[in-house]
Design a protein around this ligand. Structure first.
Ligand SMILES: [Zn+2]
Length: 619
C-alpha cells in the first residue's frame, strides 16, 4: 500500500470526527438533520484547522443516500467512498490562488450549468484561499452565488476573510474555524501516535503541539517528521533535534544575560546555539514568544485564560518576570522583532543574532557595528588583562566614531579639574547600572568588570549608594578638558536623542524639560523651568537616570561628566528641543514601578511617539 501522509490517512470523514471545531460541526450536522443546508458557506480560519475537510463532509451528506439520524454520512455508499478517495465528480476543489482570474470563474459557471454526474446529485465547489480571487472573478462568482442552480453548492475557504468583498461575504453563511487548543492537540497526537505504534513521550507531544500553533495539519506533519528521524521515538530531545530548537534553558539564559547586563554571557549563548546547530531564526521567533509571555504576566493576572500554553510554561514566565524590568522586556521584544525582520531579509544569521543579544545585554550599546566592535575589543582587552592579575590602566576615552567629530578632540589626559563639591571625582566604576531587582549572585564581583566607557555617576543632589573608594578608580575617565557651555549645547540634541533611546519615553519626557545652563568644572548644570517643580524633583531623585545621563554625556564629550539640576527662572522653553511637556503629574505620582503602573508610559514604550496635550491644536 502506498505511503500516505498522516494528515490524509487520518482525515476525518464525519462531522463528529473533526477536531476542535464543535461549534461548526454540531451546527452543520443539525442543519443536515433539518434539511436546511444552504448553497454558500464561508469557512474562515487559520491553516490546518479543518476547513476543507469539513467542506468535503458537506459534499458527502449532500449526496449520501443513507444519512444517519445524527446528520452524518454513511461512509459506505459509492458516493461517500468516491469522495473519501478524491475521485468523485461531485466535488470540485479549486485553489483560488492559482485560479483567480475571471476566466476561471466563468469556467466554474459553465461547469455549474452542466448536469450533475447522476440524476439528483449535488455538486459541491470548494474554493480554497477564496480571498485570492481577482475583483472581476469575485464579481463573476457573485452572480452565481446570487442565483445558484438547485444542485450547486459552494464552500469558500479562506485564511483572510476580511479580504473578500462584502457582497460575497453577505451571500454566504459564515463559520469561523479556531486554532486548535494545545490540550486538544496533545490528546489527538497521543491517539495518533498510539495507532501508529510510535513510542511517544508526553514532553515530545507537548513540544510538537506548541510549535504547531493551533494547526492540526502542522502538528501531524511534525509528528511524522520527528518519528521518522527517531525511528518511531517521539520525545523532547527528538523534537528539539528535528526542529532545530534551542535547548529549553536557552531562554532563561538570555533573560539572565539581559537582567545582569552580561554581554559575554549573551555572546556565549549565541555561540552555543550555533555550535548545537539550532535554527537561529526559530530561536529568535521563540524568544519573542517567550518575552511576550513575560510581558503578559505583568498585565494579565489571569494569564491562563488568555494564552494557550501549558501551566509549566506560564509559571516559567512568571519566574523570569521577577528578575527582568518591564523596560527590558519591551526592549527585548523590539530588538528581537527587528532581528527577525533582518533574518527574513536574508542577513547573515549568526551576526544578526549576536548583535541583537549584545544590544539586549548592553542597553547603552550603540547599534552602530563599528562602535560595537570597538567596545567589544575593549571589553575583551580588559577581561584579558584582569585575568593576568594587573589592575586595568586608565582608559583613554574611546570616542564613538560618528559622534567624536562633533566635539573638539580632547587633549590627552589633562589633569582633572578640581572636583566640584559633593561630587566624587572618581566615582565607582560599575558595569552594571543600579537595578531595582537583580539576580546578582555575587555583588562583590561587580568591580571586577570596570565600566566600558564611563563611570556611573550619580547626580550631585543625591549621595552615591556605595562608595568603595579606590576600587578600580584607575578605570575612570578624566574630565573633558576645557568643558564649557558651548560644548554641552553642541552635543545637546544628540544627548536628548540618546536619552530617548536608552532611558525610555517617561524619563525622556522629563528630561526634555531641561536646558543646559552652566558648566562647573566637569559638571553640567541643567535648568528645569521653575513652573515644573515636580519635574525637577523627579529628575533630581532618579539616581539611576542621573548615572545614565552622565554616561551618555561622558561618551559624547569624551570625558567624565556629571549632571546636576537646578530650577530655572523662565517659562518652559518653547525651543525645538523642548517641545510640549507631556506626562501629566498624576502619572508621575503613581506609586510603585513607574513603567508598569503607568499605562501612558507603557504605551509609549511599546509604540514610540509622544503624548500631545489636548490643549495643543493643529499638530
Ligand atoms: Zn454514504
Amino acid at each position: 500500500m502506498a505511503y500516505q501522509a498522516l494528515y490524509r490517512k487520518y482525515r476525518p470523514q464525519r462531522f463528529g470526527d473533526v477536531i476542535g471545531q464543535d461549534h461548526v460541526t454540531l451546527t452543520l450536522a443539525r442543519e443536515v438533520q433539518q434539511g436546511r443546508l444552504v448553497h454558500a458557506y464561508l469557512f474562515a480560519g487559520p491553516r490546518g484547522t479543518g476547513k476543507t475537510t469539513t467542506a468535503r463532509i458537506i459534499a458527502k451528506v449532500l449526496n449520501c443516500p443513507d444519512l444517519g439520524p445524527d446528520g452524518e454520512p454513511c461512509n459506505l455508499c459509492a458516493s461517500c467512498l468516491a469522495i473519501t478517495e478524491g475521485s468523485s465528480l461531485d466535488v470540485i476543489e479549486l485553489d483560488a490562488a492559482s485560479h483567480n482570474k475571471v476566466e476561471d470563474v466563468r469556467e466554474i459557471r459553465a461547469n455549474v450549468g452542466t448536469v450533475a454526474s447522476t440524476g439528483g446529485a449535488h455538486r459541491v465547489y470548494i474554493l480554497d484561499e477564496a480571498h485570492m480571487l481577482s475583483r472581476a472573478a469575485a464579481n463573476a462568482l457573485l452572480k452565481t452565488l446570487e442565483e445558484p442552480p438547485e444542485h450547486a453548492f459552494f464552500v469558500l475557504a479562506t485564511t483572510e476573510p476580511y479580504k473578500l468583498p462584502d457582497t460575497i461575504r453577505s451571500r454566504a453563511q459564515r463559520f469561523d474555524f479556531r486554532p486548535i487548543g494545545a490540550e486538544t492537540l496533545i490528546a489527538y497526537l497521543g491517539d495518533i501516535a498510539g495507532r501508529e505504534r510510535y513510542q511517544a513521550a508526553p514532553d515530545g507531544l507537548a513540544l510538537i503541539a506548541r510549535h504547531a500553533r493551533g494547526s492540526l495539519r502542522d502538528a501531524l506533519g511534525l509528528l511524522e517528521q520527528v518519528a521518522a528521524l527517531g525511528g518511531g521515538k517521539v520525545d523532547g530531545r527528538g523534537v528539539t533535534r528535528a526542529l532545530g530548537l534551542a535547548p529549553s534553558d536557552a531562554f532563561s539564559r538570555l533573560a539572565r544575560a539581559i537582567a545582569e547586563h552580561d554581554a559575554p554571557g549573551a555572546l556565549a549563548l549565541a555561540a552555543s546555539l550555533a555550535a548545537e546547530g539550532a535554527d537561529l531564526r526559530r530561536f529568535v521567533a521563540d524568544s519573542i514568544e517567550f518575552f511576550r509571555g513575560i510581558f503578559l504576566t505583568r498585565y494579565a493576572p489571569k494569564l491562563e485564560e488568555i494564552v494557550d500554553e501549558p501551566a509549566d510554561v506560564i509559571s516559567g514566565w512568571r519566574a523570569e518576570a521577577k528578575a527582568l524590568e518591564p523596560g527590558d522586556v519591551l526592549r527585548a521584544l523590539e530588538v528581537l522583532g527587528e532581528a527577525l525582520a533582518a533574518l527574513r531579509d536574508g542577513r547573515e544569521e549568526r551576526l544578526v543574532v549576536e548583535l541583537a543579544l549584545l544590544r539586549l545585554a548592553r542597553p547603552e550599546t550603540s547599534i552602530d557595528p563599528a562602535s560595537l566592535g570597538s567596545r567589544l575589543e575593549r571589553l575583551e582587552d580588559r577581561v584579558r588583562r584582569m585575568g593576568e592579575g594587573s589592575a586595568p590602566p586608565p582608559v583613554v576615552p574611546a570616542p564613538e566614531p560618528r559622534r567624536a567629530a562633533r566635539v573638539t578632540a580632547p587633549e590627552p589626559a589633562a589633569a582633572p579639574a578640581a572636583a566640584p563639591t559633593g561630587v566624587p571625582a572618581a566615582p565607582e566604576p560599575s558595569v552594571k547600572a543600579p537595578r531595582r531587582t537583580a539576580r546578582k549572585a555575587a555583588p562583590e564581583a561587580a568591580p571586577s568588570l570596570p565600566a566600558l566607557d564611563t563611570p556611573d555617576t550619580p547626580p550631585a543632589e543625591t549621595p552615591p549608594a556605595a562608595e568603595p573608594s579606590g576600587a578600580g578608580a584607575g578605570a575612570a575617565l578624566a574630565p573633558p578638558p576645557g568643558l564649557d557651555l558651548a560644548a554641552v549645547e553642541t552635543i545637546w540634541p544628540a544627548l536628548v536623542e540618546r536619552v530617548r533611546r536608552d532611558a525610555g519615553p517617561r524619563r525622556h519626557a522629563l528630561f526634555r524639560a531641561c536646558r543646559p545652563a552652566a558648566v562647573e568644572g566637569s559638571r553640567m548644570i541643567l535648568e528645569v523651568p521653575a513652573t515644573l517643580p515636580f519635574h525637577l524633583a523627579q529628575l533630581a531623585e532618579d539616581r539611576e537616570f542621573g548615572g545614565i545621563v552622565g554616561r551618555i554625556a561622558s561618551s559624547l564629550l569624551c570625558g567624565a561628566v556629571t549632571v546636576a539640576y537646578r530650577p530655572g527662572d523662565g517659562e518652559e522653553d518653547s525651543g525645538p528641543a523642548a517641545t510640549p511637556m507631556v506626562i501629566p503629574d498624576k502619572d508621575l505620582l503613581a506609586e510603585g514601578d513607574p513603567v508598569s503602573s503607568d499605562p501612558t508610559a507603557v504605551a509609549l514604550e511599546m509604540f514610540g511617539g509622544e503624548v500631545v496635550p489636548p490643549t495643543s491644536p493643529g499638530r
